[in-house]
Design a protein around this ligand. Structure first.
Ligand code: GAL
Length: 363
């Protein structure tokens, strides 16, 4: 993993991510740092590789700036996360960086943070229903969904009028604000093909509330996919699955394989994903999962650390979006990064040349 200044140099508008990261090394973009104090970092779960990378990267970046850190993981349980944050407040942290488990469960504890004058950065997932969130750092979440849809549209040849094809839709956790952004971004592009009947959702489950996956859980998605295959497919086959996240894609793949897909002349459908998790990138290389959306977590962590440092040293954090992320109480000033679509054709360039994985890790 590269250091934060190199990462921020890339954000600063370098022409090519891969080239920039390898060329810039210890660039000083981001300015001189000299913070002191302790920053509490509350992450959702250790069960998904991405959040381990997030936690590690944020800690490393803050340490490099002279801060102490307290990193906690909430075991995907909203109550645990609330009490962890309450503990961090009691321990007197100077700022909080929080990736929420349930975006509506934190109002009470964030009031405690506000009373103690502790600034709060909402990390990747927007915290809803409270004025006590100061900044938001994430990716362009609708673009994530658009990339997934565009992949399906392209690979099925829908623009050329091909079809009809069978598709099933999956969405993320209903308590994560990102879920509707991913789903809306995708459906905005897929809906016209559903309307023209080039795409057929045989299960009939097309509304967001029918297709969510609590806590983004792979086995939950697997069970739903098995049910769909049992009830709605019979001798028919599914041609594409919209999946918003690699862990869900893995569950969907397991279900498909248990129904004979991927063998004996029954090809796997197109399956999208998100996060470029190691298992999914390997699956893409092996020709099983088709696509993922890569979000460089080193950049996300770098922006969060930079924001915390700016707040604590009396500077105004950089933002690039004031309006898109309203949490029901206020539009939270945001810094949004750009995701990248990845499949077998470009993973080497994006993920390996970009220094996210080594070739050896992908073996
Ligand atoms: C979302 C996040 C995704 C994915 C998902 C499951 O909030 O934006 O990238 O990680 O959670 O962890």
């Amino acid at each position: 993993m590269l250091n934060r200044r190199a990462a921020l140099a890339a954000i600063a508008g370098a022409a090519s991510l891969a080239l920039t990261l390898s060329a810039c090394g210890e660039s000083t973009v981001g300015g001189s740092k000299g913070g002191s104090g302790t920053i509490g970092i509350a992450m959702p779960t250790q069960a998904s590789e991405r959040w381990l990378t997030d936690g590690k990267s944020v800690v490393n970046d803050l340490k490099a700036d002279g801060y102490q850190t307290k990193l906690v993981y909430g075991n995907d349980d909203p109550k645990t996360q609330v009490s962890q944050i309450a503990d961090l407040i009691k321990q007197g942290v100077d700022a909080l960086i929080i990736a929420a488990i349930d975006n509506k469960s934190l109002n009470g504890v964030l009031q405690q943070a506000a009373d103690a004058h502790i600034p709060v950065i909402s990390y990747d997932r927007l915290i809803l229903g409270t004025q006590n969130v100061d900044y938001y750092v994430s990716f362009d979440n609708e673009q994530v969904g658009r990339f997934q849809a565009l992949y399906i549209i392209d690979k099925l040849g829908l623009e050329k009028g091909k079809g009809p094809f069978n598709i099933e839709l999956f969405a993320g956790s209903p308590d994560d604000n990102n879920t509707k952004y991913f789903f809306d971004g995708a459906m905005h592009l897929l809906q016209p093909y559903v309307d023209s009947k080039q795409l057929v959702v045989r299960s009939g489950q097309t509304a967001l509330k029918e297709v969510t996956t609590l806590r983004w859980d792979g086995p939950t998605a697997q069970k739903r996919m098995e049910g769909l295959l049992a009830r709605s497919y019979g001798s028919k086959t599914v041609d594409a699955v919209l999946s918003p996240y690699d862990g869900i894609s893995m569950g969907v793949l397991n279900a498909l394989k248990s129904y004979g897909y991927g063998a004996g002349g029954k090809p796997l459908p197109i399956i999208t994903g998100q996060d470029a998790e190691l298992a999914s990138v390997k699956s893409i290389i092996a020709g099983e999962q088709s696509q993922t959306v890569y979000k460089d977590l080193r950049l996300l962590a770098g922006v969060a650390a930079e924001m915390a440092d700016d707040i604590l040293t009396g500077k105004t954090p950089k933002i690039n979006n004031r309006r898109s992320y309203n949490n029901g109480v206020k539009a939270v000033p945001a810094y949004l990064l750009q995701p990248t679509t990845v499949d077998k054709s470009n993973y080497e360039y994006v993920l390996v040349a970009g220094g996210y994985y080594t070739d050896a890790e992908l073996k």
